[in-house]
Design a protein around this ligand. Structure first.
Ligand SMILES: Cc1cc2nc3c(=O)[nH]c(=O)nc-3n(C[C@H](O)[C@H](O)[C@H](O)COP(=O)(O)OP(=O)(O)OC[C@H]3O[C@@H](n4cnc5c(N)ncnc54)[C@H](O)[C@@H]3O)c2cc1C
Length: 302
């Protein structure tokens, strides 16, 4: 990597923790991916800001949540991965019906806090893996709910490390996209607006939705959830199934027998296996049904 020495000196000088060559397979739900040139784990907003201001001019940064929507190259990443992890997981309650949550908190924990406080509105998200930052970035959604419905505002650092607040209406939420899609901004925290509800009913709804996930999804295998977006007027899983692709294997990557839109790491799959399987599914579905499937999973690296 160009500027490797400079980056190292800088991180050492600022005493910002990092590792070199960190295997990304240990940080993705697919359990796939080679080493990251630098894997930086800032502990404070100040360390994060310094990383943005000082390291970004030397090499591109990638902000990592829980890696539950990522397919990382076997060759690894020639970038600086910045983990927004457990150091950024504060949860506070500014009002009776709102939650202020840092980007590194897990969505699961946020849902559990909402349930404990008898706040309704986040039931849809119970069982979606990943961090709050990742959920905002992706506008994660399920069972007719999405982050769009509950985010009041987001605080973020722009590409120069300057703090901004953006309000719900202007967050540009769409199907698995947001204002943050394609930017180099780092989400710091979100204010979540909910409604007072009944704790038992919230719990019941969450457990019911989780049970539906367990029944329909191959959670026993590593995956990144739904591989393809829902095309207009159809369901990706149904199209893949109709095309006779359930159980199709490329190397160690497989189209799940349980849910055809889940491409799973069946047996030590590489990124190359998974990408080849994705292409094969896209080609055969196009030929057999006319639909062009678009990936929901994000690719990183060559
Ligand atoms: C079993 C399973 C089931 C799933 N079910 C669903 C589902 O029902 N609905 C759904 O929508 N998704 C689902 N997913 C996909 C995934 O969980 C979501 O997309 C999730 O929101 C990603 O969060 P993450 O923290 O893992 O983000 P990552 O995968 O780490 O990152 C995703 C994107 O967000 C960006 N990002 C993350 N944190 C920040 C930050 N702080 N600042 C700026 N950018 C950031 C990353 O740079 C990247 O571009 C599922 C995945 C799995 C494995």
């Amino acid at each position: 990597m160009q500027k490797e020495k400079e980056i190292e000196l800088l991180l050492n000088r600022e005493q910002i923790p990092y590792r070199k060559g960190e295997p990304m397979k240990d940080h993705t739900s697919f359990h796939i991916g080679g080493g990251a040139a630098f894997f930086v784990t800032p502990r404070t907003e100040e360390e994060l800001r310094k990383t943005i201001c000082e390291v970004k001019p030397l090499a591109p940064l990638f902000f990592l949540g829980r890696g539950s929507n990522l397919l990382v190259s076997d060759q690894g990443l020639d970038t600086v991965v910045v983990e927004i992890g457990k150091e950024f997981s504060d949860i506070t309650f500014p009002e009776e019906d709102s939650i202020l949550v840092s980007a590194g908190a897990s969505l699961l924990r946020l849902c559990a806090e909402a349930k404990e406080r008898g706040l309704t509105g986040l039931e849809f998200a119970y069982g979606i893996p990943g961090s709050v930052g990742g959920a905002v970035y992706m506008n994660a959604g399920a069972f007719n709910g999405e982050m769009k419905d509950v985010v009041e505002y987001v605080d973020y650092l722009d590409g120069d490390g300057v703090l901004h607040r953006i309000e719900g209406e202007t967050l540009g939420f769409g199907y698995r996209k947001s204002f943050f899609t394609g930017t180099d901004f780092c989400i710091l925290r979100a204010k979540i607006r909910l409604q007072k509800g009944n704790r038992e009913e919230i719990e019941q709804k969450m457990e019911e939705l989780l049970a539906r996930r367990k029944l329909k999804q191959p959670l026993e295998y590593p995956s990144a959830g739904s591989t393809f977006k829902r095309p207009e007027g159809a369901y990706a899983g149904a199209l893949i199934e109709q095309s006779g692709l359930k159980g199709r294997l490329v190397g160690g990557a497989m189209v799940s027998e349980k849910h055809a839109n889940f491409l799973i790491n069946y047996d030590h799959a590489t990124c190359a296996d998974m990408r080849a399987l994705i292409r094969l599914v896209q080609q055969e579905v196009k030929e057999k049904t006319g639909y062009q499937l678009e990936c929901e999973v994000l690719f990183l690296g060559e």
